[in-house]
Design a protein. Structure first.
Length: 279
């Protein structure tokens, strides 16, 4: 079984990286040879997944924070260079008084910071039906810590109300260096505007009838977009709220395959990593 854990995808030694992964790692349909090898015990699934992919978005934190000891265990089970991103708790995101959530934000960040250098970014997701004003978003953004445990923190924002996507939103996020999530979905608004020194995409169109969830041309397109962001460009084939921002600034990139035909997402992530490794 040991040789199954020697497959860490190659990553560059210098400069911003392109991180590719999935949402979570505990999912029964991934077992039995679909993603996890036959007879792999569940307690080793994170160890395995973190050596096949370069990032995982932690979804469980949306429903409840974990104890620092749990975050520390996750940190220690993963290899150097691998990172997590984490969804902020629902109790914060659903608050009607965002400006009053400072203590909750601090408590969550203090705990998740236990991940140390395995923490890549924090995702703050407003679900459908939540439509905070620009003023409320600005007040909330001012609460988000810029560092924890001596390490810089990065924040990404996902919105699901199409009316919120305005030039004013882009200006606000750029002022706070918060990445606007590119949510590639049939159900949610999807825009590729760059608003931070990193890019964050959540790809949600996998189909069960395709072994990798996506066609080769679709995966090729995501490889091109990821490379374009990474090199400081701004993909022309994504919808934008405002003018494209091809500023030449190299960016770390996160691409997560989530939702939709979830059983196909690990194969999609691995297929994208192979394309990126091929240059």
């Amino acid at each position: 079984m040991a040789d199954l854990f020697d497959s860490t995808p190659p990553t560059p030694d210098n400069g911003p990286r392109i991180r590719v992964g999935i949402g979570g790692w505990t999912y029964a349909p991934w077992r039995g040879g679909v993603f996890y090898p036959e007879k792999l015990v569940q307690r080793r699934e994170l160890e395995y997944a973190s050596r096949q992919l370069t990032a995982i978005e932690i979804n469980g934190t949306y429903y409840g924070a974990q104890k620092p000891d749990t975050y520390a265990r996750w940190r220690d089970e993963t290899p150097p260079g691998f990172v997590f991103t984490a969804k902020a708790p629902k109790r914060i995101m659903a608050s009607r008084q965002l400006a009053g959530t400072g203590t909750q934000v601090e408590d969550f960040v203090e705990g998740i910071a236990t991940l140390g250098d395995r923490l890549g970014a924090i995702l703050w997701q407003f679900d459908r039906g939540q439509s905070p004003s620009l003023e409320a978003l600005d007040a909330f953004a001012r609460l988000l810590p810029r560092e924890a445990g001596g390490r810089p923190l990065r924040h990404a924002l996902e919105l699901r109300d199409a009316t919120l996507f305005t030039p004013g939103l882009l200006a606000l996020l750029r002022g706070h260096n918060i990445a606007l999530v590119c949510a590639d979905s049939d159900e949610h608004p999807s825009f590729g505007d760059l608003t931070a020194d990193f890019a964050y995409a959540r790809v949600m169109r996998a189909r069960p009838g395709l072994a990798k969830g996506y066609t080769p041309s679709e995966l090729d397109a995501w490889a091109t977009r990821a490379r374009t962001w990474n090199r400081g460009g701004d993909p022309e084939d994504l919808a934008h709220v405002g003018p494209r921002l091809a500023d030449g600034q190299p960016r770390e990139v996160f691409v997560f395959f989530i939702s939709a035909a979830k059983e196909r997402n690990p194969a999609a992530a691995r297929a994208l990593l192979k394309r990126l490794a091929a240059g």
